[in-house]
Design a protein around this ligand. Structure first.
Ligand SMILES: *[C@@H]1O[C@H](CO)[C@@H](O)[C@H](O)[C@H]1NC(C)=O
Length: 425
């Protein structure tokens, strides 16, 4: 769709000129950039930050140097001009945080976990990393304001499928939630089961929607009076045979959460393909999940959950990054969200502590901030109980009140790094 916005003249020009004009949404400047620095007609080269300038649809140059007006206000050309119009984002993301992993350990992508394999990221329960110290540091020193707290369904119910929460295990997980809340941050409860229980897909041969709803009913009852708890319905569904049936399972969870009394908190709705931001529209997740509603028929605080890594296969397993995801994922997603009056939250992203990831991550964050009207924020993967040698480690080194961040966090991901401001000067 965005490709069709490139005029034919560009193709002709590109064959003969030394330096072609950059296409709509393409990069046109930034530190180290050696490609085209002018944009095709109908778009303006706009600096999102020191690292990245981009051709944004419009005809007028920015009229102010303030971060939020770096985007022109005239409307785009093309079939969806009204919702393809330049982002009215504030330049600052609402929720930015880190995943604090541990209660999900032992979970594999078939949704199988032995409850005893969970490693609480709290030193009073496990001789591991200091999740409390990490979160306190991230809030106080870096300006983060949300944490995602992955947990296995098996851990919460002590290996019993359904919604009967094991009180002993809940005391431990709730300690992490309360520690998170005590920092002043918002806290995402993430059921990290890949839409499955021990290999069976929820609502499609595995646990019933009623069993899944019972789990969420029990969790929501626990946190119904806690406004800063966010309900992450499911981590990374994948290989789902029927996306409409999956939307029905998500609907069952939403209904259960609201009916348990958690009527106002955010609920995160996950699509297929590992919740990829890039395939959210093409794989049918967007159309299926947009039908999910609150009991009153509204979609208030029903937010789409999307993940995206920056490595060669979007797996988040490589130290080097190869893309900022803008053209292939964030630009089309932002447009779809705007056209449909919805918002998304990027609850997993990350990269190695390498120069390539610093460059691309800073670009991604600047773009997300430019689109903060439809993208709420991002949550880095990951800190918590990982080893510091983990390729995507965001674990700060240190203890007590003295911590040192990884270079990707300190250069880009921490709000205090400034990448999300999208400032032009
Ligand atoms: C709860 O889980 C613990 C393990 O953490 C187990 O020892 C206990 O028997 C479980 N309680 C119930 C009622 O199943």
């Amino acid at each position: 769709m965005l490709k069709t916005l490139v005029p034919l003249s560009l193709v002709v020009l590109g064959a003969s000129s030394v330096k072609a004009q950059a296409a709509v949404w393409a990069q046109c400047g930034g530190q180290g950039w050696t490609g085209a620095t002018t944009c095709v007609a109908g778009s303006v080269c706009t600096a999102l930050n020191d690292f990245y300038s981009q051709c944004i649809p419009g005809t007028a140059p920015p009229t102010s140097t303030s971060p939020t007006t770096g985007t022109p206000t005239s409307s785009a050309t093309g079939p969806s001009a009204s919702c393809a119009s330049p982002a009215p984002g504030s330049g600052t993301l609402k929720l930015v945080g880190v995943n604090i992993a541990g209660f999900d350990f032992g979970m594999d992508t078939t949704g199988t976990q032995m409850a005893s394999a969970a490693y609480p990221p709290l030193t009073q329960y496990f001789v591991g990393k200091d999740g409390k110290g990490q979160m306190t540091h991230f809030v106080n020193d870096d300006g983060y304001n949300v944490f995602r707290l992955p947990v296995g369904w098996q851990f919460l119910t002590n290996n019993v499928v359904g919604g009967t929460i094991n009180e002993t295990n809940l005391v431990e997980y709730d300690a992490l939630v309360q520690t998170c809340l005590a920092t002043g941050a918002s806290c995402i409860i993430d059921i990290h089961n890949y839409a499955r229980w021990n290999g069976g897909i929820i609502g499609q041969g595995g646990p019933t929607n009623a069993q899944f709803a019972a789990l969420w009913s029990a969790i929501a009852a626990q946190y119904k009076s806690t406004p800063k708890v966010i309900f992450g319905v499911m981590n990374e569904p994948h290989d789902i045979p029927d996306i409409k049936l999956w939307a029905g399972s998500v609907q069952a969870a939403v209904t259960a959460i609201r009916n348990a009394g958690a009527t106002t908190q955010m609920i995160l709705l996950p699509g297929n393909d590992w919740t990829s931001a890039q395939t959210f529209i093409s794989d049918g997740s967007a159309d299926a999940l947009k039908t999910v509603v609150n009991p009153d028929g509204s979609v208030t605080n029903l937010i789409f959950d999307v993940h995206k890594y920056l490595d060669s296969d979007n797996s988040g397993t490589h130290a080097e990054c190869v893309t900022n995801n803008i053209e292939e994922a964030w630009a089309p997603l932002a447009q779809w969200l705007r056209c449909n009056g919805r918002q998304a939250f990027n609850t997993e992203t990350g990269g190695g502590n390498t120069a390539s990831c610093i460059t691309y991550m800073c670009q991604q964050i600047a773009y997300q901030a430019q689109n903060s009207d439809v993208i709420l924020g991002y949550v880095g993967w990951a800190a918590g109980n990982f080893d510091v040698s983990y390729v995507l480690s965001e674990l700060p080194a240190g203890s007590g009140s003295s911590w040192t961040d990884t270079t990707l966090v300190s250069s880009c991901m921490a709000p205090k790094a400034g990448a999300q401001k999208g400032a032009t000067s």
